[in-house]
Write a protein that binds this ligand. Structure first.
Ligand SMILES: Cc1cc2nc3c(=O)[nH]c(=O)nc-3n(C[C@H](O)[C@H](O)[C@H](O)COP(=O)(O)OP(=O)(O)OC[C@H]3O[C@@H](n4cnc5c(N)ncnc54)[C@H](O)[C@@H]3O)c2cc1C
Length: 417
């Protein structure tokens, strides 16, 4: 089924009776060439690119709940390529380019909106850091504009520029950044993978990974054993638990990140605005709700809901930055489980077990990476070679120090990436 304006018109006039389900609901087969554990954004995009780019369709995605029920449907939808460090900046640049062609590629409206992102700065030192980051983005072929306080005030009238602790000096503007509708991204990739023959199997939790003579041979699930030549673990906040099934101990901590949405309001916030010093960021959804969030909750947890101290710190930062927000009523809040890596960068790698692959460590920023991650991970699984835009995301860097030491320019400091 292809979507088009004409089709929408026809269905609208004929009672919407011609739409078909976006994907099949197959029973798991006894064996596959490739099993992907996790039907989130990264798992689904990996399956899609395996089928589309590499012609590999004897593939199953096993999801313990429903497709898109994890973080891919819980995030605050920011898409950007404003990373600083070598390795990360190429990768996110690659991902943003895929975003820009995604709707046509998937024939699916993911509501990608390049409304621009502005990262605020509050001191001369921060302005210098923003300029360096902007230069890195420009040299990568992406866009960046350094805005002074007056130019920024013309664009964002509603900010409190004279906050005593963090007066606003300006912002780094990334016009190609923006948002996309998160669950539509999961649905679009799911539909694209399914239509190429990938089996998407929901309510199928992986409970064990079968290994024989150093090679993966399949998985145990709540719907029986399934054999496979290759298995990819793509389970975000559950990465440590699933990798433990293969006897692996990952340097990943799972933490809760909360987000909030207000009642629908008339358009008032045109961009995505981030206030790093206060740990607060905000955008306005197409339905009018102000969507905002802040830092992770301050304890490790597998609960997909947060605690009140996290709520309080986000609300305080929001009111400090834009006092007008105090008048809006919060409708809902929720949480997701973040797979925090020690250096803030992901892992896209093979493991020491033949045929077993790992994709994790997306921290609080993996939504924007969904196209890029699936694309480069599919390349790795299909060819055995690292994609040129993802050579640095090796698991052994935490053991050897290679790639995260300061002299190599990466920096092990989490928020530098
Ligand atoms: C509140 C919040 C705000 C965020 N904001 C942003 C943002 O603005 N921009 C951005 O880029 N990123 C953001 N993120 C981060 C982003 O959402 C995640 O990094 C990304 O979605 C993680 O990858 P995923 O989509 O594959 O994860 P998930 O959607 O969590 O997919 C993993 C899947 O694996 C499944 N699974 C787990 N264990 C098993 C098992 N044993 N068997 C079978 N299936 C299993 C889970 O059910 C889940 O569906 C945010 C996250 C949250 C929670």
């Amino acid at each position: 089924m292809r979507f088009s304006g004409l089709r929408v018109l026809k269905e609208g006039l004929t009672g919407n009776r011609g739409w078909t389900p976006h994907w099949r609901d197959p029973e798991p087969k006894a064996d596959y060439d490739i099993i992907i554990i996790g039907g989130g954004g990264h798992g689904l995009s990996t399956a899609y690119y395996l089928a589309k780019e590499h012609g590999l369709t004897n593939v199953a995605v096993l999801e313990k709940g429903y497709l898109g029920g994890g973080n891919v449907g819980r995030n605050t939808t920011i898409v950007r390529a404003n990373y600083f460090l070598d390795g990360n900046s190429q990768f996110y640049s690659h991902s943003l380019k895929l975003w820009e062609g995604l709707e046509e590629d998937l024939n699916y409206n993911v509501m990608h909106s390049q409304r621009g992102i502005i990262n605020l700065f509050h001191s001369d030192g921060q302005r210098d850091a923003a300029a360096r980051r902007g230069n890195m983005m420009l040299s990568q072929g992406d866009d960046a504009v350094l805005l002074g306080r007056d130019e920024l005030r013309d664009m964002l009238l509603y900010l409190n520029y004279d906050n005593l602790r963090f007066p606003i000096y300006g912002g780094l503007y990334h016009p190609r950044g923006g948002t996309a509708r998160h669950d539509a991204v999961a649905w679009g990739y799911a539909r694209g993978a399914d239509s190429r023959g990938v089996d998407l199997i929901q309510n199928c939790e992986v409970t064990g990974i079968d290994i024989s003579d150093g090679r993966v041979t399949g998985v145990q699930t709540t719907r029986g054993a399934i054999r496979a030549k290759k298995v990819a673990m793509v389970v975000a906040g559950r990465s440590s638990q699933v990798a433990a099934m293969a006897g692996m101990h990952l340097p990943i901590e799972s933490h809760v990140l909360q987000a909030f949405v207000t009642e629908g309001l008339k358009p008032c916030i045109d961009h995505v605005v981030t206030f790093g010093m206060g740990h607060f960021y905000i955008s306005q959804s197409d339905k009018g709700g102000l969507v905002f969030g802040g830092d992770i909750d301050f304890y490790a947890s597998y609960a997909a809901r947060g605690n009140l101290p996290g709520v309080e710190s986000v609300m305080e930062a929001g009111v400090a930055l834009m006092p007008m927000i105090g008048k809006a009523r919060v409708l809902r809040s929720w949480g997701g489980i973040m797979d925090m890596s020690p250096d803030g960068s992901p892992v896209i790698d093979k493991t020491h077990i033949d045929g077993l692959y790992l994709n994790c460590g997306w921290n609080y920023g993996g939504f924007k990476a969904v196209p890029g991650s699936g694309h480069v991970f599919a390349h790795l699984i299909a060819t055995g070679q690292y994609h040129e835009n993802a050579t640095g995301f090796r698991l052994d860097r935490f053991r050897t120090g290679r790639g995260i030491l300061d002299e190599e320019g990466k920096g092990s400091q989490h928020n530098l990436h």
